[in-house]
Design a protein around this ligand. Structure first.
Ligand code: C2E
Ligand code: CA
Ligand code: CA
Ligand code: CA
Length: 284
């Protein structure tokens, strides 16, 4: 914020006003999305790197706006967290994700694939696991098909209930994935102190695996190999995010990374498209 030297009054700041206007617009889009049922869960396949078999899917929020088209979630989530709408958005997303999983299961006949769902730290309140259990059972989905994706932000969140909530999810048979691994501050210690089953290596590392600069390429390879080895020692499964090329896939397979996700395999898409893509299921 720029201030006028004399009396400290706020000067007109066009950038700030732009952001405020944009934010207000997203806020309206979120409310309209909830009201008019524009929110949906796209699914992106997660593939076993050594066999090519689809092990599961990650559910990713989309807002299908009648004028703007399909909106990506990053800003929607950020604004929803600021306004508190995240609770309603999260609940709606859970409904969509679980009913889409039922649809996919019925269409493919495969009830072994898992579904990974992203949670905001603000969704982690005491009654979440019990509400979630009721929801999965109403949809006839076994809890062991569900992966709860959280980031370091959830573990760092000033909330003494986090551990209890994670333990309760684990007791139901859900698995816990630590998302964006390697981007935070002290991620390694979390493997020790929380019930983590899956480590998702952040896509920034995957991108630099094939960087032009040999030094960056070398270092990121060492890091990915190291993270994979440590995660395996801690009995975690490793998933690499953001795989876009065959070269990346090959390096990751060579390092023993278990599973991968990225445009190289498939983009996040409506479940109906996955149903139509029968060939990706035939090996399962
Ligand atoms: P994330 O959990 O790290 O999800 C992975 C992101 O990487 C997704 O972006 C996905 O579309 C993108 N991606 C997948 N493969 C590739 C690839 O090969 N190349 C590139 N460049 N990107 C790839 P998306 O869908 O835009 O989601 C962004 C973030 O929004 C997610 O990051 C997650 O943090 C958040 N998010 C999405 N859905 C939800 C939700 O339902 N709840 C919450 N709390 N957060 C969500
Ligand atoms: Ca494997
Ligand atoms: Ca995620
Ligand atoms: Ca991620």
């Amino acid at each position: 914020k720029k201030r006028d030297g004399k009396n400290g009054a706020l000067l007109y700041d066009p950038l700030l006003q732009d952001n405020t206007r944009q934010r207000a617009e997203i806020e309206r889009d979120i409310e309209a999305g909830l009201e008019n049922d524009w929110l949906d869960a796209f699914f992106q396949p997660i593939v076993d790197l050594s066999t090519g078999i689809v092990k599961g899917y990650e559910a990713l929020l989309r807002l299908d706006h009648p004028e703007k088209g399909i909106m990506a979630p990053a800003e929607i989530i950020r604004v929803a967290e600021e306004t508190g709408a995240i609770i309603r958005v999260g609940n709606r997303m859970l409904e969509k994700a679980l009913s889409n999983l039922v649809q996919l299961t019925n269409a493919t006949g495969n009830d072994k694939t898992y579904l990974a769902i992203n949670f905001s730290p603000l969704q982690f309140e005491q009654t979440l696991p019990i509400r979630f259990a009721a929801l999965t059972s109403r949809h006839g989905i076994a809890a062991n098909r569900i992966v709860i994706e959280i980031t370091e932000a959830t573990l760092l969140h000033d909330n003494p209930q986090i551990r209890t909530i994670l333990d309760e999810f684990a007791r139901y048979g859900c698995r816990i994935a630590l998302d964006d691994f390697g981007t935070g501050y002290s991620s390694l210690s979390y493997l020790n102190s929380f019930p983590v089953d899956i480590v998702k290596i952040d896509q920034s590392f995957i991108r630099s695996l094939v960087a032009d600069a040999p030094d960056l390429r070398h270092k990121s390879r060492m890091l990915v190999e190291g993270i994979t080895a440590i995660s395996h020692k801690m009995e975690c499964t490793v998933v690499a995010e953001g795989i876009e090329t065959e070269a990346q896939r090959d390096v990751l397979t060579q390092f023993g990374v278990d599973c991968g996700q990225g445009y190289f395999f498939a983009r996040p898409q409506p479940v109906q498209h996955l149903v139509d893509l029968e060939d990706i299921h035939e090996t399962a």
